[in-house]
Every structure is written in C-alpha cells, then in structure tokens.
Design a protein around this ligand. Structure first.
Ligand code: PEP
Length: 251
C-alpha cells in the first residue's frame, strides 16, 4: 500500500523581486511549527530567486521548485533553463505543462512529456499539469481532454513517487471559480485510473494528485478533504505567506 503525503505547492508565476524573499522567510518560519510533520511544502518562485529562496527555506524543510524547464539537458537555447540548472539552484521539483505555458507558448503533450523526462533525468520531481478549458467542460469533454493529456504528457514506466500530477481546470485558475467537491472527486478518480494506465498496473494509488485553481484559505479545507486529492497547487494565494500558511493549516 502507498502512503501519499500531502503536498502543498505555491506557484508564484512571473511575480517576485528580491524584496519578496521576506515572504519566503515568513513561510519558512511558519513551517517550523505544526504543519511540518503532516505535509510537504513547496515554493516555486521565479528562477531568478531560486538560489536565494533555497538558502532561506531549505534549512526549514521547505522544498523549492522551478516553473518550467527545457527538454534538452544543455545547448543553444537562448533564454531557456535546464532541469539541471534548477536542481543546481536548489530545486527539488519543477512544474511542467502549466496551462499558461500550454497556452502562451503552445506546449504540446509531447513537449510536456519530454520536459518531464528531462526533469526526471536531472533528479527533479516533475509536477505535470493537466486540465480542461471552460468550453471543453461545457461541451462535456473534460474527461476526454484530461485523459488524453495524461496519456500524452506523463512519461511511462516511472515509479509513482517520482511524478506528481496537478489537475487544474483552466477555467478555475485565477478566476475565483472552483469545481464542486463532487466534480473534483470525479476528475481525480478518473485521473488516477488514467495514471494507472500510464504507469502500470498497481501504480495509480502511489501518485500524488494535486488540485489547482483558486484555492484559498476559505476553501482549502473542503477541497483538500475530497477523495483522491493529495494536495494543492496554488497560484495567487501563495504570494503572501499568511495566506499560504493558512492553506497549509487545512491539514
Ligand atoms: C495556478 O496557476 O497553478 C493556480 C492554481 O492559480 P490560482 O491559485 O491563482 O488560481
């Protein structure tokens, strides 16, 4: 049997100058308290802050992560960052295939899978993001879309504790809207079945599946108590330490 330790991940997106390291400091100080024994806490600041954030947070047991990496280990890719560079700066995880990258940069499932493989090769744990748009949900295609994203972007053949999946309905990101707990349970149960198909028989129950999309202190407890929800990927509410720690208190 698998024990899935809850993971609370904060995605700062393209926010945060050095002054924001005070928020990292506050998260690290807050995490030294009670939640530490119950959950894994992860901050994904912009890459420019990774090394400084790691120096502050890693001693407190807070994990650090990148928000994207290139699919190649090195080379002529101006402006890109390799998985090994993230690891070298203190990252343990990397978000891959976030809907904003799929939309803004046209990332395909195949590219997302290649990036996840590059992350694994560098010793990072990829957090592979999937999720349907509002139009896809309204057309009754949410499961089709998420199923094919999982089949196309999760690298096969890895141990379930090497990969994290994030289910993030695009229409819930940054909008204040959230699916009902029943919808979350249905989609996470479905995602776990598809992970089983991707990773091999018996492996589905070992993968942590995060919910993402407008998680905040006021709804975290309800969303995090849903079956098959093993944590959260939080955008807006991860920018302020108080909010992020209040979400951590859901456990
Ligand atoms: C995200 O972008 O991963 C996200 C969940 O954003 P927000 O929490 O702001 O909806």
């Amino acid at each position: 049997t698998f024990v899935r330790r809850p993971l609370l991940a904060g995605n700062w997106k393209m926010n945060g100058l050095r002054a924001a390291l005070t928020e990292v400091q506050r998260v690290a100080a807050g995490f030294a308290g009670a939640p530490r024994s119950r959950i894994d806490l992860l901050l994904c600041p912009p890459a420019t802050l990774l090394a400084a954030a790691s120096a502050i947070a890693a001693p407190a047991g807070v994990f650090l992560g990148g928000q994207d990496c290139h699919s190649e280990p090195s080379g002529a890719h101006t402006g890109d960052i390799s998985a090994a560079m993230l690891a070298d700066a203190g990252a343990n995880f990397v978000i891959i295939g976030h809907s904003e990258r799929r939309a803004d940069h046209g990332e395909s499932d195949a590219l997302v899978r290649a990036k996840a493989l590059a992350a694994l090769a560098a010793g990072l744990t990829p957090i592979v993001c999937v999720g349907e748009t509002r139009q896809e949900r309204e057309a009754g295609r949410a499961e089709d879309v998420v199923g094919s994203q999982i089949a196309g972007s999760v690298p096969p053949g890895f141990a379930p504790n090497r990969i994290v999946l994030a289910y993030e309905p695009v229409w819930a990101i940054g909008t204040g809207l959230t699916p009902t707990p029943q919808d979350v349970a249905r989609m996470h149960g479905f995602a776990r079945e598809r992970l089983e198909a991707a990773l091999g028989a018996g492996q589905g129950p070992g993968v942590r599946i995060l919910y993402g999309g407008s998680v905040k202190p006021s709804n975290a407890r309800e969303l995090m108590s849903v079956d098959d929800v093993d944590g959260a990927l939080v955008g807006g509410a991860s920018l302020r330490a108080d909010d992020f720690l209040a979400i951590a208190a859901a456990w």
